[in-house]
Design a protein around this ligand. Structure first.
Ligand SMILES: [Fe+2]
Length: 467
């Protein structure tokens, strides 16, 4: 019998989490509520997309607290942790930018969610993912409650594991005249930051319960890996994780694509609405890693990518989105102050796949850090470059030197390379961490035909080198 998303199911017994339908159900072929925000893209809103950030509450608990995978799995947590430890590795998925907004892209959204779900079910026990970490932009265009069912719950109805998430700009930008309590971040928090697992109104007739993350930013702790998730706010560009009060770089002398005039002076916040909770949070998390001599893989996940491809000489001919150098300055500043740098930084937002290696001199050693963009989870696929005023820009190759994109001076960068990209296919990441290595694999999901070869990078955890 077809589901009726307007008929909610009963709450779980004993507030235990539920992740999938008991009996897998066939794919839907259309929306139950067709998302149509095209009329909202007025010139006024288009301008606000580059100027209006949002505030958000401080995450629950202390800044150094960890949200454990074991807790998220509820009564099955000990068994899941035991199986991970027995396999001596943890595997998980990462997906970004997944929601479809038109019937024409509905099949791509379903195809990716089916591929991710199928990858879960077809994996051997030792390689079976333990969770999915969503990189943001789940529900387009503006995180409306009415669209959660079709864009999130229904596509992932048969994924039988926790789905954690950091909000993207489309999960947080507030349209003018949005009623109090209906802001997208409030809806996101109802579904991902609830006090106890519950079936939300957004889940409709499906059984997946809400996640109990402590906030829109949080640190997920699993055996062999720790994911520090940051909320990079509501702008189309750039990503913002703080008020940027303390960044003392000479912004006015630097060229960016952002539309907001950047006349920051020392001590004046660029984004006074944005609280600085995440700077203290990131500091506390990295200090904990340092002070406890944590040896596992450390991933920083943030929706807006620090690096998005732009051609040499500037943005002309670039893609749809742009790098976030001041957000990276915040991250680099905290990392430098603490003396800990993540093994990889993974983002969504740009609707394609881009893998960079940033080389650093850090703590007196040479680090190679993958910066991965995977924002092609079903919403759309955009090319890395686009024509400008009718003039074509050459598609970049792979393994090319793009050090001109790394303008930061806070940590000592010794080179930035675009190793690989895919701007034709959708796709998702499969990530595996062991006691010694972190392996990130991009799995393309083509619209038609055979999938191209996956792209993989492996980080040696102790040496911070890639292979
Ligand atoms: Fe985005």
């Amino acid at each position: 019998m077809p589901r009726n998303p307007k008929v909610p199911v009963s709450q779980p017994l004993f507030a235990e989490p539920v992740f999938a339908e008991g009996i897998p159900t066939p794919d839907p072929s259309q929306f139950t509520v067709t998302p149509d925000d095209s009329a909202d893209y007025t010139s006024q809103v288009n301008a606000l997309l580059y100027t209006e950030v949002v505030s958000f509450p401080r995450a629950g608990g202390e800044a150094g607290d960890l949200f454990s995978l074991e807790r998220a799995w509820g009564p099955n947590g000990p068994a899941v942790i035991q199986s991970i430890n027995s396999a001596q590795s943890v595997t998980f998925h990462m997906v970004g930018d997944s929601g479809a907004t038109a019937q024409s892209t509905f099949p791509a959204m379903i195809k990716v969610s089916d591929a991710v779900t199928s990858d879960f079910h077809s994996a051997s026990a030792a390689n079976r993912p333990s969770f999915l970490f969503h990189l943001g932009d789940l529900v387009y265009n503006f995180g409306e409650s009415a669209y959660y069912y079709d864009e999130f719950y229904e596509p992932y109805r048969n994924y039988p594991a926790p789905i954690f998430a950091i909000p993207g700009n489309h999960d947080s930008f507030v349209l003018p005249n949005t009623p109090k309590g209906s802001e997208p971040l409030a809806i996101f928090q109802r579904n991902f930051c609830s006090a106890t697992p519950a079936v939300t109104v957004e889940a409709g007739s499906l059984h997946r319960t809400s996640i109990t993350q402590p906030g829109v930013y949080f640190a997920l702790d699993a055996p062999f890996v720790r994911i520090i998730g940051l909320f990079s706010n509501a702008l189309e560009d750039p990503g913002v994780i703080s008020s940027q009060t303390s960044i003392s770089t000479a912004k006015s002398n630097r060229t960016t694509k952002r539309k907001k005039t950047d006349n920051t002076t020392r001590g004046t916040p660029t984004w006074p609405v944005v609280p600085d909770y995440q700077l203290a949070f990131l500091t506390a998390q990295l200090e904990s890693i340092k002070n406890n001599d944590y040896r596992g893989a450390v991933i920083l996940a943030v929706h807006h990518p620090p690096f998005i491809y732009s051609p040499p000489g500037g943005g002309s001919g670039g893609g749809t989105h742009y790098s976030s150098p001041f957000m990276l300055a915040d991250i680099d500043t905290v990392c430098k102050n603490v003396g800990v740098y993540p093994h990889a930084i993974i983002s969504g937002h740009a609707h394609n796949y881009q893998r960079y290696t940033r080389k650093l001199q850090f703590n007196g050693r040479s680090y190679s850090v993958p910066f991965v963009v995977c924002g092609d989870g079903g919403h759309s696929v955009d090319t890395l470059v686009k024509p400008s005023f009718g003039k074509q820009t050459a598609e970049p190759g792979n393994d090319i030197n793009v050090s001109y994109m790394d303008t930061g001076a806070i940590v000592q960068s010794t080179g930035l390379t675009l190793n690989q990209h895919d701007d034709q296919d959708c796709g998702f990441l499969r990530v595996q961490a062991t006691a010694t290595a972190l392996t990130i694999t991009f799995n393309p999901v083509p619209k038609t035909g055979t999938a191209p070869k996956p792209d993989t990078v492996t980080v040696n955890l102790a040496a911070h080198t890639v292979g």
